[in-house]
Design a protein. Structure first.
Length: 221
């Protein structure tokens, strides 16, 4: 399974997205955190801004919805053209149905869980999701410390994916840097969201290559 590096624009300059996008051209996708100020305390941007990003971005968008009412709102991001739409299990009454609707709109469907949410439901329904997003920080703000104990969820999910012969990806988001990406790759993750670790560097392309090389070297799958 290919290793993917998706820089989080939560750490980018919100006023200069087109310029910022040009500095991460060797990434696999652009990770876009949509926050509504309710599901998480922070507020970023919504569908109109994402649509504008789709017009200027050369890379696909990996949209992470940290919003309430995911069942009503998530499909619109798939309809807009996002390559992948992640919604939180905690914000959906019918995660499997929602994933199917997202897929029907042409996007990959991903289910995300907060640190306090067990991975059990996902394990029982892995075939319904293209990707599982395991948060390694509490969602809502960038720059937080990596929660190493979340790697247990990654290991369990990877074991079940392999046992079932599925191609479901495992994404980790939160506190990913040169050191923690090694731990996450060893646990079985293959898609990595990094914010400060990329946008905080002067040569972002070189940093993306470094993170990808580290993840590939230490990958356990």
């Amino acid at each position: 399974m290919n290793v993917r590096i998706n820089p989080s624009i939560l750490s980018a300059d919100f006023v200069n997205f087109q310029s910022e996008f040009s500095t991460i051209g060797n990434a696999d996708a652009i990770h876009v955190d949509v926050m509504d100020g309710h599901f998480v305390p922070n507020l970023t941007f919504g569908l109109p801004m994402v649509k504008r990003m789709l017009e200027i971005a050369e890379l696909p968008l990996d949209v992470h919805l940290m919003i309430e009412n995911a069942d009503e709102l998530a499909v619109a991001y798939a309809d807009a053209g996002a390559k992948s739409v992640s919604f939180h299990q905690e914000a959906s009454n019918s995660p499997v149905s929602l994933a199917r609707r997202i897929r029907s709109s042409g996007a990959q469907a991903s289910i995300a869980i907060k640190p306090g949410t067990a991975v059990d439901f996902i394990l029982d329904n892995l075939s319904e999701f293209d990707m599982v997003l395991i948060m390694t920080v509490e969602p809502g703000f960038g720059g937080q410390r990596f929660m190493e104990d979340m790697l247990a969820k990654v290991r369990v999910a990877r074991a079940e994916i392999n046992r079932s012969g599925l191609t479901t990806s495992i994404q980790v988001d939160g506190g990913i840097d040169d050191e923690t990406i090694v731990q996450a790759a060893q646990a079985g993750a293959n898609c990595f969201v990094a914010g400060n670790a990329i946008f905080g560097k002067s040569d972002r392309g070189r940093q993306i290559d470094l993170l990808r090389d580290l993840a590939q070297k230490f990958s356990s799958h």
